[in-house]
Ligand binder design. Sequence first.
Ligand SMILES: [Zn+2]
Length: 98
Amino acid sequence: MLSTMSDSSAYWSVECSPGEPDLFVCMDCLDEVFRAKVPIQGCPGCGAVSTFEAFALNSLVEWGTPELIAKAQATGVQLHATPVSADSTALTDGPLTT
Ligand SMILES: [Zn+2]
C-alpha cells in the first residue's frame, strides 16, 4: 500500500533488539514517546531535535507522567511481568471475630 505521509509524520526507524529499551522519549518536554522510531523533524510537541532517549517501559513508569505512560502503552509495548508479593492476600483469610 502506498502511503503519502506529510513531512511532519516522517520518522527514523530505530532497530531495537528484543529486551532492549525501544521507547524514545523527548527529554525536553517529557511528553512525547515513540516506539522504535524518532520523528525526523523533531519532537511534535515542543520542536526539539535529537532529544530522544531510549527507555524501557518498566523504567519509564517509575518517573513518567500518567499521560506519558499512557502514550507509551498505546504504542503496544507491554510491561514485563513483575513478580508481585503474595503478602497482600494474607490479611483476607483470617477468621472473622465478631
Ligand atoms: Zn518534546
